[in-house]
Design a protein around this ligand. Structure first.
Ligand SMILES: Cc1cc2nc3c(=O)[nH]c(=O)nc-3n(C[C@H](O)[C@H](O)[C@H](O)COP(=O)(O)O)c2cc1C
Length: 377
């Protein structure tokens, strides 16, 4: 009992921020999906089920997902008819289904059936978001332990979804493609998808790079669990550069990083204005021409402390080379979302590594950048 109270207290009242009320009586603020539910509520992406409930563990039907997407698009007028025999004219979802099918987001099963009351499976959800994103390239290919269960039509979508952290695995290495998506999982995917769409600048200041010649190099990195640090150390050995660890004023505890809860890291990633304070600063930033900027991927993006770092210096005229480590996600939009924070810099394409990438693989990447670099003084 005492332990439960201590735990409840320490989780409910962290030192750095108050836990937000989720707005739903059945969504605990410490649930892994609490941040997503709050995000969807605040961004009008997904409503509750009535009576202050969100029903996070319930499944979503195909008609309900159609309605969610249709509402996000502000219920545009629809004309024409669909070919489905199981979506009657007066049905509450009729227009939504017509719209999603006309947009090519959710097709029917064939034989005139849409299956409005069938639950959406996780592979269907990944496919629908992938189509909503314009059917992009897969990104890096990931191999799940249950890869063989993924239907051929969903394979690219699941790879894309995983590379961009949209529909996340149910546990490490397991996608569960045929399981029905829960409303909590849909909220999570909606938030991840929306964040990707919203934050990518429409015209990123990604310049046509003319990398600095003879540039003096700084490796600046943030690493909460030392994976990115390992890559930064490889770079240091290769480049003999200046190296600077971006150290948070308040270190991240393992509870802060427990992304299955409403942890500090999750809350910061969900807060556009979060700028965690950095302890110390780079000595004489002016001396550097090229900055290798390293970070872990947190929910598909750079941790907010990287935003703090970029806003702390005048980086105009410098060349910035982003790199990251992650569990499986690619660098995705994480680097593009940083461009505007140092818009006077020349940003080169970023590179994702796993924590165990070898020094020689890092060296191959560096040598392919086309930079002429000078060791630090
Ligand atoms: C809050 C949080 C969110 C994460 N989000 C993702 C993610 O979206 N995709 C992914 O592949 N890995 C994700 N990870 C795993 C880290 O990116 C990965 O472990 C990384 O190598 C950690 O680097 P570090 O040891 O330098 O901190 C996340 C980790 C944390 C703590």
């Amino acid at each position: 009992m005492i332990l439960a109270l201590i735990l409840a207290f320490s989780l409910a009242v962290p030192a750095f921020a108050a836990v937000e009320d989720t707005g739903f009586s059945d969504v605990d603020a410490n649930a892994w999906y609490a941040g997503a539910v709050i995000y969807c509520r605040e961004h009008n992406l997904m409503a509750g089920t009535g009576n202050d409930q969100f029903a996070p563990e319930n499944n979503l039907t195909r008609a309900q997902l159609a309605a969610v997407l249709y509402r996000i698009e502000e219920t545009p007028a629809v004309t024409g008819t669909d070919a489905f025999t199981d979506t009657p004219d007066g049905a509450w979802y009729h227009d939504a289904v017509l719209w999603v099918s006309q947009q090519g987001l959710i097709g029917g099963y064939g034989g005139g059936l849409f299956g409005p009351n069938d639950s959406v499976t996780r592979e269907q959800m990944a496919t629908i978001f992938w189509r909503y994103a314009g059917s992009p390239a897969a990104g890096s290919e990931n191999t799940f332990a249950d890869e063989a269960d993924i239907a051929a039509y969903a394979a690219t979508a699941v790879d894309w979804s995983d590379s961009n952290s949209i529909v996340r695995p149910v546990s490490s290495g397991t996608f569960a493609p045929k399981s029905n998506a829960t409303r909590a999982q849909v909220a999570d995917a909606l938030m991840n998808f929306d964040r990707t769409q919203q934050t990518v600048p429409t015209a990123p200041t990604k310049p046509d790079p003319t990398p600095s010649e003879g540039g003096r190099v700084l490796i600046a990195y943030f690493s909460a669990t030392n994976n990115t640090e390992g890559i930064a150390n490889h770079l240091d050995a290769i480049l003999d550069a200046g190296i600077y660890e971006i150290t948070p004023e308040t270190p991240y505890t393992s509870a802060d990083l427990n992304y299955n809860t409403d942890c500090r890291a999750n809350r910061e990633q969900n807060d556009a204005s979060a700028r965690p304070a950095i302890s110390g600063s780079v000595d004489n930033m002016e001396q550097y021409d090229v900055i290798f900027l390293g970070y872990p991927i947190w929910w598909g993006q750079a941790p907010k402390i990287i935003y703090t770092f970029l806003e702390s210096y005048d980086l105009g005229g410098k060349t910035i080379v982003p790199f990251c480590t992650s569990g499986s996600s690619g660098i995705g939009s994480s680097a593009a979302n940083l461009y505007s924070l140092a818009s006077g810099a020349t940003w080169l394409d970023g590179q994702r590594f796993s924590g165990s990438t070898s020094r020689s693989a890092v060296e191959t990447w560096v040598n392919g950048l086309g930079l002429t670099l000078t060791p630090a003084a």
